[in-house]
Design a protein around this ligand. Structure first.
Ligand code: SAM
Length: 230
């Protein structure tokens, strides 16, 4: 019987990253609240790239992380459900003469890579686009494609186990201070229409899939980084 209840991950939820307008404003608006060099450094420390490794960046967006780490890896798969995002990422890779990225118009639930083939997977600010049941399915797929000992980096907006309302409101207010009406609206859409979940649920999903949680950082109340190992 056809499973007509499967989650349609190619449909954008919340912020429409398939819109060219959103794609063009993405990098400058994220510069208002992210220190991308610090993010690169942490991923470097946690995932330890080398010239023989193969990685995937799922939900690669404008491609900054794919391009930066492709320069340190043998091969990198960069995937996104948004074609305009992929087009921009491809353009940037070409401008930087990076040729070892395989771009795929694909997502977590449509992951088609050989089992046990990857040393690491990056998931940066994209897993919250899936409801929790489907987050579990995504983690299952990532687990399958990782080599034994392979690592998964998850960065996402995650709600703390206690005082969730205060953490959410505080973050919305701070984002408005950093990036005005645009970031306030962006953050409101995030909490109203996307699927950020509790820290205890994230940890439960990670553990249930069989990953060991070997690193964890919380910043700004709701910004969470997890380092998971198969
Ligand atoms: C907030 S952006 C993050 C981009 C980039 N990883 C970063 O850290 O800046 C979220 C991206 O996830 C993509 N996305 C949404 N749902 C997805 C899914 N099911 N599979 C893969 N990518 C998805 C969106 O199209 C968008 O490009």
């Amino acid at each position: 019987m056809a499973k007509n209840w499967l989650y349609q991950e190619f449909q954008q939820t919340g912020k429409d990253y398939a819109s060219l307008e959103e794609v063009n404003v993405y990098d400058p608006s994220h510069d208002d609240f992210r220190n991308i060099n610090e993010e690169y450094q942490l991923i470097d420390d946690w995932l330890e790239p080398n010239k023989n490794c193969q990685w995937a960046d799922i939900g690669c967006g404008t491609g900054n992380f794919s391009i930066y780490f492709a320069k340190k890896c043998k091969k990198l798969y960069a995937m996104d459900i948004s074609e305009p995002m992929l087009d921009l990422a491809k353009k940037k890779a070409k401008a930087q003469l990076v040729t070892n990225i395989e771009f795929q118009h694909s997502g977590y639930l449509n992951l088609k890579l050989p089992d046990g083939s990857l040393d690491a997977v990056m998931s940066s600010l994209s897993l919250h686009h899936l409801p929790d049941y489907w987050k579990a399915k995504a983690l299952e797929k990532i687990y399958q494609v990782l080599k034994p000992g392979g690592r998964l980096y998850i960065y996402d907006i995650v709600i703390p186990d206690v005082h969730g309302d205060e953490a959410i409101q505080g973050f919305i207010d701070r984002q408005a201070e950093r990036g005005g009406d645009f970031l306030r609206e962006d953050t409101l859409i995030h909490f109203k229409e996307e699927y950020s979940t509790y820290d205890w649920i994230m940890k439960g999903l990670i553990a249930k899939q069989g990953f060991s949680l070997i690193g964890e950082i919380t910043e700004d109340g709701v910004l969470k980084r997890y380092l998971c190992q198969k």
